[in-house]
Design a protein around this ligand. Structure first.
Ligand SMILES: Cc1cc2nc3c(=O)[nH]c(=O)nc-3n(C[C@H](O)[C@H](O)[C@H](O)COP(=O)(O)O)c2cc1C
Length: 202
């Protein structure tokens, strides 16, 4: 691989943007193992996310594919539509948000937001490591509550599949349309307002 010499913050800024744009949510995962060290690097990125009052309200249940029953339990918490492709991911996770602040027991209305920040860090870190995350709102809360002993004070937020994405020539035909679909984004002027609401010079 070509070595980059980073000598200005502008270089780093552009590299970071390139990386963020490379992040995507694949539906076709390779069987290639994700090591415990790699997983820990990804969680280290989560650990350093900002959070309201530094409460770090994120929690994760993680399963590695060769763990058998535990992986099956996590998979059972994911809805069948997502299971179709997620069952090939070497790592599955469920995310949770602590509903109240540790410091005073009051409701923490920012806890889901903070889980999102942690997962955002994780997905950027994964991309830098050649890995990809696919987050899922499509989970089965009832199964998760039945299969795991989740304390009252936690909301179930999402599922995550993590692994290496398959090279496009190896993607099964039925998944190819999704895997090759163009990724689009709203233009700046739809979400950045620098005058009145809805008015933008961006
Ligand atoms: C909170 C959240 C929930 C999502 N839920 C699902 C889901 O249940 N199933 C799915 O296939 N993709 C899900 N996605 C992935 C999005 O569809 C995907 O991020 C979006 O289409 C943009 O594509 P990209 O991530 O490849 O840029 C979810 C993403 C997020 C952040």
């Amino acid at each position: 691989m070509e070595n980059h010499t980073i000598d200005t913050s502008q270089d780093l800024g552009q590299l970071q943007l390139d990386l963020l744009k490379k992040r995507k949510s694949p539906v076709a995962f390779s069987e290639q193992e994700v090591t415990k060290d790699q997983l820990e690097q990804i969680f280290e990125a989560a650990r350093w996310a900002a959070s309201c009052f530094n409460e770090q309200p994120w929690r994760f249940v993680v399963a590695i594919k060769d763990q058998g029953d535990h992986y099956k339990k996590v998979l059972n918490g994911i809805n069948p539509h997502n299971q179709n492709w997620a069952q090939n991911a070497p790592i599955l996770m469920l995310t949770f948000a602590k509903k109240t602040f540790d410091m005073n027991g009051k409701s923490n209305m920012h806890s889901w937001h903070d889980v999102g920040l942690a997962v955002g860090n994780m997905s950027a870190q994964a991309t830098a490591m050649g890995l990809h995350l696919h987050q899922m709102a499509g989970i089965v809360r009832e199964n998760i509550l039945n299969d795991f002993d989740i304390p009252e004070d936690y909301d179930i937020v999402s599922g995550i599949a993590l692994g290496y994405k398959l090279d496009i020539e190896d993607v099964p035909e039925e998944l190819k349309p999704r895997e090759t679909k163009e990724r689009t984004r709203k233009p700046f002027n739809e979400f950045i307002f620098d005058q009145d609401w809805g008015e933008s010079s961006f």
